[in-house]
Design a protein around this ligand. Structure first.
Ligand code: GAP
Length: 452
């Protein structure tokens, strides 16, 4: 039976146990909502980034890559509206000295009576709401003076807008075309939490798609579909995904239309990715603030400011969704196993190579040479530590789709056993054909056995 819903606690505990994610600065008592990625977490992240990069850039002719700086000219954030408007309303409680988001009081707990919300008890003494900017400030240069104030970027998007002219000229593009980038963003979130879901430092994957103004609605719908299909392609269940269109009152200052692709996280339906129709807001504002004209001029002299469609997501939100979707527990032969049913192209390790007996030189030598052959192209792991059942369970918990076992029979007929993580089916195949078998297996369509 597939596990239908898993708690965030189980996900956190598996991530820690298997070294995907650690609380950051742990030996100093930790730093709220900041995490470090261990070996399997890094492999998982790299795979997700690679799949996004393939779909957004390598498989298309109309999108190019960019890697802009984290610290940009401070005027960028004035033009974008972040200095003025990237704020949350906060209240302080003079009694318990805690700070809360004024618009989320019903989701917060009173510091003295955690069963109550702030403002609910007679002792609560809340200040009037004040706007608090979410950008992290820093100083460029050795002197802490006003002129040198800068910010860590709260989104990667602005680095794309300010390079619009460079890309237009050098990559010789004409709308519709896109610029995509992956990089760290920083926000001093006031109510972070829920593991990686809302953190202060995260890796965004954003793409700005520049289109003729009259085509913006069509491309907005197109990108909602494209991005939804990407999640389905990499195995998320359809029943756990939905598109929610924002009402006008909910939209950001720049938006002419926004839809969230939501996932059913353990905390309920929440934003996984946002797709926004930003109109000409960004290019117009940067033209105004920088005095550099950001527009498209066609060969026959037509000129216009393109409109922008933006799909934006963080790796962190994808990782939580993929972990939740993949997590499963089942009883096999009276033993419980925990398994991460990741899509094979996302799984941190594609295959494990397991010599049945660690001390048998013949088996070890065959296993090592298979491992050396496969590791040139795939993320594979050699494991000769412990009983075979324990090794399988270890691989199940990190989501390795296939395990190749080298046993006595290998020595006589050069065949190995391949075990499938999901079905637990085993088949024998020639050791010389493993590389090809693995390539073919990765090409096959994969669907989670957990259903739709
Ligand atoms: N450029 C537009 C933009 O940044 P956003 O809705 O503020 O829009 C885009 O963020 C995406 O970044 C979100 O859909 C979410 O996936 C991710 N994200 C935003 N804040 C985050 C946080 N504090 N922790 C993790 N991911 C976050």
């Amino acid at each position: 039976m597939a596990v239908d819903t898993v708690s965030m606690d189980k996900i956190v505990s598996l991530c820690r146990r298997r070294g995907f994610v650690f609380p950051s600065s742990e030996i100093y008592g930790g730093l709220g909502s900041t995490y470090d990625y261990g070996h399997y977490g890094v492999l998982l992240k790299n795979n997700i980034k690679a799949r996004w990069f393939e779909a957004m850039i390598l498989e298309r002719d109309d999108i190019v890559a960019l890697d802009s700086a984290v610290i940009l000219h401070p005027r960028v954030w004035e033009a974008s509206g972040h200095v003025e408007g990237f704020t949350d309303p906060l209240v302080d409680c003079r009694t318990c000295k805690l700070r809360f988001r004024a618009d989320k009081l019903e989701d917060s707990q009173c510091g003295r009576k955690p069963s109550k919300h702030p403002g609910e008890t007679p002792e609560c003494d809340l200040t009037e709401p004040r706007q608090f900017n979410l950008m992290f400030e820093t100083t460029v240069g050795p002197v802490q003076e006003e002129g040198a104030k800068a910010y860590l970027r709260p989104e990667t998007a602005q680095g794309i807008f300010i390079n619009f002219k460079n890309v237009l000229q050098i990559a010789r593009r004409r709308p519709p075309f896109g610029i995509a980038q992956i990089g760290k963003s920083f926000r001093n979130e006031i109510t972070p939490g829920n593991f990686l879901f809302r953190v202060r430092e995260f890796e965004q994957m954003e793409m700005e798609y520049f289109v003729p103004p009259a085509e913006s609605e069509r491309w907005y719908r197109y990108w909602i579909d494209e991005r939804l299909n990407w999640y389905l392609r990499y195995g998320l269940r359809r029943s756990r995904l939905r598109v929610r269109e924002h009402g006008p009152e909910e939209r950001s200052h720049y938006s002419q239309g926004t839809s969230d692709i939501e996932y059913l996280y353990p905390i309920g339906w929440s934003e996984l990715e946002g797709v926004a129709n930003r109109g000409d807001f960004d290019l117009t504002r940067h033209t105004e603030f920088s005095t550099t004209k950001l527009e498209y001029v066609g060969p026959d002299g037509e000129r216009y400011v393109p409109h922008v469609i933006e799909p934006a997501v963080s790796l962190e939100r994808i990782i939580v969704a993929m972990l939740v979707d993949a997590y499963d527990e089942e009883v096999v032969g009276e033993r419980e196993r925990t398994v991460l049913r990741f899509h094979p192209e996302v799984a941190p390790v594609t295959a494990a190579i397991l010599p049945l007996i660690a001390k048998d030189e013949g088996l070890v030598s065959k296993a090592r040479s298979l491992y050396e052959e496969l590791r040139k192209r795939q993320s594979v792991e050699y494991d000769d530590n412990g009983a075979i059942g324990r090794r399988y369970r270890r691989q199940d918990e990190i989501g390795t789709p296939w395990a190749f076992t080298i046993d006595e029979q290998t020595l006589s007929d050069d065949t190995v056993t391949v075990r499938d993580r999901d079905s637990l089916a085993q088949e024998r195949l020639p050791i010389g054909g493993v590389r090809r078998w693995l390539d073919d297996a990765l090409e096959r369509d994969w669907k989670t056995p957990k259903g739709d």
